[in-house]
Design a protein around this ligand. Sequence first.
Ligand SMILES: NC(=O)c1ccc[n+]([C@@H]2O[C@H](COP(=O)([O-])OP(=O)(O)OC[C@H]3O[C@@H](n4cnc5c(N)ncnc54)[C@H](O)[C@@H]3O)[C@@H](O)[C@H]2O)c1
Length: 209
Amino acid sequence: MGNKNISMAVIRRLPKYYRYLGDLLDRDIQRISSKELSDIIGFTASQIRQDLNNFGGFGQQGYGYNVDALHKEIGKILGLDTKYNAVLIGAGNLGQAIANYSGFRKAGFEIKALFDANPRMIGLKIRDFEILDSEDIEEFIKENDVDIAIMCIPKKGSQELADRLVNAGIKGIWNFVPVDLDVPESVIVENVNLTESLFTLSYLMKAED
Ligand SMILES: NC(=O)c1ccc[n+]([C@@H]2O[C@H](COP(=O)([O-])OP(=O)(O)OC[C@H]3O[C@@H](n4cnc5c(N)ncnc54)[C@H](O)[C@@H]3O)[C@@H](O)[C@H]2O)c1
């Protein structure tokens, strides 16, 4: 499954291609040259041709890229033609913000339930969700065909939670906790570290001085 031999650097650029191509489709633009794509995305035209050649070269000399076909193909490569079930653990400030955003469901990622360990949170409603007791996560994951866990708890207890999720058969963790989780190779962890991103901004602003 997947294109395991494609470099991570290319894979990290694919969501951006996918987003820009989606914007073009919204504007009814059906074909585009690598030069035009370069002008809007900001990667060089040669970088774009090289990246897209990894997947069998969609472009035709003198025609450019068929936007719809390329969008669909990149979607497939990213696995976006699949629906995913997710659970979110830690229904605090960040967890609630994520649960309140409707865009993930539209993209095929459905949050099935929210969990929290705090008895005062359990039973509260966020959007359509009643917050469930995190004691019951394993059972829920097994019974509801859950692929992805979204972790929004504090650092403390995060590795223990990851171990439980792994034992329950989770396939992927979208990790917002600023901790490098130790999981078996078969489980994919994607870290989202907002503070690291902010520090990068700080560096770049400093470099502008
Ligand atoms: N809020 C943000 O914008 C933000 C920004 C950057 C990083 N983060 C990171 O996201 C995580 C959550 O931050 P927050 O601001 O939402 O915190 P929060 O305190 O508002 O929410 C955390 C929730 O997790 C629950 N919880 C704690 N341990 C648990 C466990 N073992 N199992 C289940 N639930 C548990 C708590 O009861 C609480 O409701 C933290 O690791 C934080 O560093 C948050």
